[in-house]
Design a protein around this ligand. Structure first.
Ligand code: NAD
Ligand code: UDP
Length: 431
């Protein structure tokens, strides 16, 4: 295969060519290029104005177009075509799936991923599939989309089920990654009662399933359970500072009660549980309009619109790239650590600094791609949302000690990759 289109270096300056870890007798490493071929690519070839000419594109030309973004892994790409003059797409199916590991039955797990069509879920699904497991995605497509996992539909190891976790679900499985829940503040606040129902009843149903099947259960908790923290950085023994009646409570309290349920099932019924407290995570496939800060800033800067900093921009967040999170989730599932574990990146930015960083990276990518310099986008201020936490940074000592996990991606590397992803979508007319 040809070398990576974008070279990526970790905090020590070493090139990142694989993601995943070799821990607890389980090697979860996969080549970064293969993963990238699944998300960092154009979804369809764009026709010029002459429809006929594009339909007649030879396979070679079509492949060359895709190779620009997918490091030569074109064999596994569909070649759907976008016709700008009619704003329509002609979809095609995959001729061949990416190769997945052939695991002996004794090592192959039947894995259920709730919320598997969402941002985090779809990346987890790619990893588990490439590693050779049998994966079932359960999703109601509230904030997720079939398109995030459509490249696996039809694969013998993959199943996609439209289902709301608020209702019980029966399946035989060995592991459950329970991710189903909207994660962006505008989305989880749109129907607060449904959000808390999803957190409570969804987790209750999935724990019941874990109890019956004796599956190991991992729940995706959040840094939000610490609320607007009085302890900095936040370690797992901190109980948090949450407003129980504010607009964020449906999510924060929902996740807190989900943790309570999880440990209730562990104590009463011996369910084998794992709790990941995830800190702000970003990456390709994030819904560009879900209102979270990273997607907002990149899309605004790419479109030449004003970048909206809420409040005076002195509030802080610590941003983790998606691949580090997936490494952590898989390591936690494979470990003996049943206490809550923070999974996040300790590099803390004020939101004002972060806006400037994103603007600089977007300008750099545009310059590299030969896009003529346009007017610099402005950073503007908007009102601060209610109960917006002032500071957030994870203490990841436990993850390091128990899982041998540490984040590897710098914000600069992660943002650059995400800029390229949105840039391709923008070019396709998909943003
Ligand atoms: P997302 O909104 O992209 O994905 C959530 C998925 O769950 C979507 O596919 C959605 O359709 C599905 N879903 C929502 N309600 C459902 C229901 N009732 N039944 C079935 N499916 C349902 O969000 P994400 O960023 O991928 O987050 C995934 C999980 O990780 C969430 O539980 C979230 O709370 C947690 N988390 C994420 C972050 C982050 O920064 N991304 C931080 C902390 C915690
Ligand atoms: N934010 C911002 N501009 C935006 C979106 C968010 O300044 O366009 C701020 C938001 O007020 C918060 C931080 O960025 O302080 C992170 O917001 P996000 O919604 O991504 O996540 P969360 O608040 O849940 O950490």
């Amino acid at each position: 295969m040809s070398p990576s289109y974008i070279k990526t270096f970790d905090k020590e300056g070493n090139e990142i060519t694989t993601v995943g870890l070799d821990r607890f007798g389980f090697d979860s490493r996969v080549p970064l290029d293969v993963l990238r071929s699944l998300y960092l690519r154009s979804h369809y070839i764009i026709s010029n104005n002459d429809t006929k000419a594009i339909v007649n594109l030879s396979d070679k030309e079509a492949e060359a177009e895709h190779a620009k973004l997918s490091s030569g892994y074109t064999l596994f790409q569909p070649t759907s075509i976008y016709f700008p003059e009619t704003a329509s797409v002609s979809y095609s199916t995959l001729s061949r799936f990416p190769p997945v590991k052939l695991l002996p039955l004794s090592q192959r797990k039947r894995v259920l991923v709730t919320g598997g069509a969402g941002f985090v879920g779809s990346h987890l699904v790619d990893r588990l599939m490439l590693l050779g497991h049998e994966v079932t995605v359960l999703d109601n497509f509230f904030t997720g989309s079939k398109t995030t996992v459509s490249h696996w539909v039809g694969h013998p190891n993959f199943e996609l089920v439209r289902h709301d976790v608020v209702e019980p679900f029966m399946i035989e499985c060995d592991q459950i990654y329970h991710l189903a829940c909207p994660a962006s503040p505008p989305h989880y606040q749109v129907n607060a009662v449904k959000t808390i129902k999803t957190s409570f009843m969804g987790t209750l149903n999935m724990l019941g399933l874990a109890k019956r099947t004796k599956a190991r259960f991992l729940t995706s908790s959040t840094s939000e359970i610490y609320g607007d923290p009085e302890v900095h950085p936040q370690h797992e023994d901190y109980w948090g500072h949450v407003n129980p009646i504010g607009p964020r409570a449906c999510y924060d309290e929902g996740k807190r009660v989900a943790e309570t349920l999880t440990y209730g099932f562990q104590r009463q019924d011996g369910v084998d549980v794992r709790v990941a407290r995830i800190f702000n995570t970003y990456g390709p496939r994030m819904n560009p309009y879900d209102g979270r800060v990273v997607s907002n800033f990149i899309v605004q800067a790419l479109k030449g619109e004003d970048m909206t900093v809420y409040g005076d921009g002195t509030q802080t967040r610590s941003f983790q790239y998606i691949h580090d999170l997936i490494d952590g989730l898989i390591a936690l599932m494979g470990s003996d650590e049943s206490r809550p574990v923070n999974i996040g990146n300790g590099d803390e930015f004020t939101i004002g600094e972060f806006a400037e960083l994103v603007r600089e990276i977007v300008e750099k990518v545009q310059a590299e791609d030969g896009i003529p310099h346009q007017k610099r986008v402005e950073i503007v201020h908007k009102p601060m949302p209610t109960d917006d936490p002032q500071k957030r940074r994870p203490d990841t000592t436990r993850a390091k000690q128990s899982l041998g996990w540490q984040p590897r991606w710098t914000a600069r590397m992660g943002i650059e990759e995400m800029v390229r992803y949105y840039k391709a979508k923008l070019a396709e007319g998909d943003l």
